[in-house]
Design a protein around this ligand. Structure first.
Ligand code: NAD
Ligand code: UDP
Length: 343
């Protein structure tokens, strides 16, 4: 298949690109590089031994989309392009709605114009808002979101459902990711957030490699076994394989699936396991709860197992080991190494 990945230079998109190439699909990437580096794609090509077609451009610009859709025939789109910081979305909601919603509308119009009917959309467990039931299954209430980022994902899901009602030729699957973590086992591609990390694992790694003094632990008084927040972390390669299965099993209509492991780990369990895996000690800084956080967020992944024939196979130890390898090999992320002799 010829598969276009919007946002394919990013953390998750680059791992999906690699999995697709390894399965002999042809990959096109459209990315404006606002949160990524083209070096990620060079490494994907080196790891797979195959070429992909990279187009730098913005999903909000129709000319950029047309350029890609006119370049070769496209069978399916995996739509990853978007902004993803919960904090930033609270400061800049318009930027988030503009990018995540308006961008998706332009993509949908372009797909219609070019008669491309298959779409996989990167959604998120944040669409569930404050969980009313644990574990979360796909028919649990969604939409009670707590920030513009989560709202943008929920609104796009709603738009996709409505568009499918009007265009029955469309086959759309939204995948609700739980907490993506880890890196490709080679240590060549991974996640490197700009600035001070908001998420647990990137912050933990920066403490372990000496960039930051201590890991803030946001709350130790939750109703969880050790009082710290519990999440369902999923290896990014499992996530990538989930997209391949979703693509294989696409059917006309709209569907959505949780992609998680169904297994929860607390902040302190993560820290302990990481210390074992890396041999590093992680100083902790106990803090009050972070506003907006929930005690537990955990998936019921059984629908994806039954309907997509997919389940996560990598555990927490592999996630931490692989992500730490990436971190040690690339402490500054994807920086261009100066060529000898250049200033
Ligand atoms: P990322 O920031 O690494 O990747 C997103 C990519 O999209 C980046 O390469 C960025 O440059 C690109 N991009 C952003 N806006 C664009 C635009 N207007 N036009 C073209 N390219 C654009 O993030 P990620 O972690 O790989 O996430 C990918 C998708 O998965 C996002 O939609 C995100 O919301 C969703 N998601 C991520 C998580 C997570 O924790 N990482 C969880 C749930 C859902
Ligand atoms: N967390 C923490 N310190 C940090 C970042 C996160 O204690 O520096 C906790 C957070 O309160 C939550 C868990 O780690 O219980 C996962 O947080 P993350 O931001 O990674 O994911 P999300 O909250 O989006 O599930």
């Amino acid at each position: 298949m010829n598969v276009l990945i919007t946002g394919g230079a990013g953390y998750i998109g680059s791992h999906i690109a690699l999995s697709l190439l390894q399965q002999n699909h042809h990959v096109l990437v459209l990315d404006n590089l606002c949160n990524s580096s083209p070096i990620a794609l060079q490494r994907v090509e080196a790891l797979s031994g195959k070429k992909l077609a990279f187009h730098q451009g913005d999903i909000r610009r129709r000319a950029d989309l047309n350029r890609v859709f006119n370049s070769e025939s496209i069978d399916a789109v995996i739509h990853m392009a978007g902004l993803k910081s919960v904090n930033e979305s609270l400061q800049k909601p318009v930027k988030y709605y503009q990018n995540n919603i308006a961008g998706t509308l332009t993509l949908l119009e372009t797909m219609k114009q070019h008669q491309v009917n298959k779409l996989i959309f990167s959604s998120s467990a944040t669409v569930y808002g404050i969980p009313v039931k644990i574990p979360l299954c796909e028919n649990c209430d969604a939409g009670n979101t707590t920030n513009p980022y989560g709202a943008s994902k929920y609104m796009v899901e709603k738009i996709l459902r409505e568009v499918v009602d009007a265009q029955p030729e469309l086959a759309i699957t939204a995948l609700r990711y739980f907490n993506p973590a880890g890196a490709h086992a080679s240590g060549q591609i991974g996640e490197h957030p700009a600035g001070i990390p908001n998420n647990l694992l990137p912050y933990l790694f920066q403490v372990a490699n000496g960039l930051r003094a201590a890991l803030p632990v946001f709350g130790d008084d939750y109703a969880t076994p050790d009082g710290t927040g519990v999440r369902d972390y999923i290896h990014v390669m499992d996530l990538a394989e989930g997209h391949i299965q979703a693509l294989k099993n696409l059917q006309a209509g709209y569907r959505h699936y949780n992609l998680g492991t169904g297994q929860g780990y607390s902040v302190l369990e993560i820290v302990r396991m990481f210390e074992q895996v890396s041999g590093k000690r992680v100083p902790l800084d106990m803090r009050p709860r972070r506003p907006g956080d929930v005690a537990i967020c955990l998936s019921d992944p059984s629908s994806a197992r039954e309907e997509l024939d997919w389940q996560a196979t990598r555990g927490l130890e592999a996630m931490l080991r692989d992500a730490w390898r990436w971190q040690v090999l690339n402490p500054q992320g994807y920086v261009v190494q100066p060529v000898e002799g250049e200033v």
